[in-house]
Structure formats: structure tokens, C-alpha cells
Design a protein around this ligand. Sequence first.
Ligand SMILES: [Zn+2]
Length: 306
Amino acid sequence: MSEERIKYILSWVLWPALFIGCMSFTTYGFLNDNPILYFNIAYVFMIIALWRLEIWMPHEREWHKPDGQNIASILHTLSSKGTVQSLLIYSTAIGLADILEGSKGLGLWPDAWPLWMQVCLAVVVSEFGLYWAHRAGHEVPLIWRFHAVHHSVEKLWFLNTGRFHFVDSLISIVLAMVMLMIVGAPMDMMMWVSAVTAFLGMLTHCNVEMRFGWLNYIFNTPGLHRWHHSKDLKEGNRNYGENVMVWDLLFGTYYDADYRPPADIGMKDYMPKAFWKQILWPFLPVSIKQRLEPDFVHLPFIREEK
Ligand SMILES: [Zn+2]
């Protein structure tokens, strides 16, 4: 079989195989009281697999060029993860987690359903919070300041997966948790949603040539997310879903087309290159931004589609 044929077959198989494979391995860990270890092994496996696949069968060769943002992206990933974990540990330490675990919210959670159906429901319910956090990140000027860090990269690859300003991550996680609390989901549903989000998020940002077919109507795939990173707002103010596309389909923000998404991605707003300046940037007034970065040009917040 020719290499091209193998790549074509893999382009159809990779996305479901990596997602189902990593989720199954993590599920085994969950069911055997060792979720963290199994999740971490699967996560490292996915990182190595995507890293090698991006070199062998990339979607855009252009995106192989270095952009000087690797260290910043890794530091944003660590600071976001650290912030979210601190929030969970702190809420446990002050007893908030126990109170929430004890409260049944509106008492709507179907405890008797099979576990896999509960996880699917938790993904859809939490996605309502994630969808509106993300949409606000694009439509509310104050929140866009933080979300702009994620959109400041000019290429997509697995390393950009966790590149979020920690305030942006905090807004998303709080809204997702609130949705699960309102319906009265048990706390371990948050762990399941976190695992799904980790694997799907890594796949969503990867630069591997893949095909998705009808999966594009259910999941946030790399194919859909590349539109979201377009500079053209007709394409970029779309596909806010983090894991699943149900709320984009319902609220009219779903977008897919039969032409190729742009390779020239990013945003028009200015973003400094250094991590510490990116962290401070959303908090700074224009005058200090101009002093810190001589090239900085202040643009008014324009999110209308031309
Ligand atoms: Zn976005």
C-alpha cells in the first residue's frame, strides 16, 4: 500500500481512534480508582502521537515555522491548569465542595442512568456554560482582552491547546461548574468532563490532516475549530463549542464550508511576545501599553462582521 493511501485511511481513522482510545484507557483508570495515573499516561501518549503525526501528515506545512511562542504557550498552559486546580483544592479546603456535593441543585440529575449516558449529559450541560463563556470572550470587550491571548497565535498545533490567559480559563471552568451544580450533577461528573475536554481540546488544535464527516455535527473537530481562528469574523465569530456543537447549532453560530479554511490565522489586535506582558496586558491602560511596546497600536473593539 502506498504511503499516500495509508495517510488517507489514517485521516479518517485518527480522530475517533485517538479520542476513543485515550478515553477508554482513562475510563479503566476511573473504574479502578486510579484516574489521575491513567489519565496522565493517556494524555502523554496523545501528545507524543500528535507531535509525530503533525510532522508526518500535517494539515498546513506553513504552521511548522517557529513563531517564538512555545515558551509562552507552555507557561500559559501551566498557569491556567494551576489556577483551575487551585480553585478546586481551595473549594474542597473550605468545605464548599462538600456543600455542593450534598446539595442536589434542582434535583434534575438522572442518577439511575448508565454511567456513559450520564457522562454524555454532563458534557452537553457543561457545554452550555463553556459555550457562553467562549462567546462572551468574543463579544464582550472586557472578556475579549483575556481571550485574545488564545487567538494571538498565527498557527494551530497541539502546543496551543492550553494557551489561555488564566482569567479566561477561570471564567470557563466556573460557568461549566455552575451549570453542573444547577442540575445537581455529582462532583465526579466534573472529572469526566475534564477528561473529555482535555482529549478533545488537544485534538481540536492539532495540525494533522484529518477528515471528520458527520462527526462535525456532534463534536468540535480540528476542521471546525480552524474556522474559529480565522481573522475573517464571518468565519471567526463561529463555532464557540469547546467539546460538542449542540449549542452552536441551536444558537445559529455553527459554521462549516466546502472551501479550505485560511492558513493565515490570528487577530488584528496587538499582543506582546513575552509571557509576562501577555499576562499583564488585559489589565493595562493604553498609555502604559504604548510605553511598554513602542509598536503597539490601539484598535477599537470591532466584532461586527463585514
Ligand atoms: Zn475563541
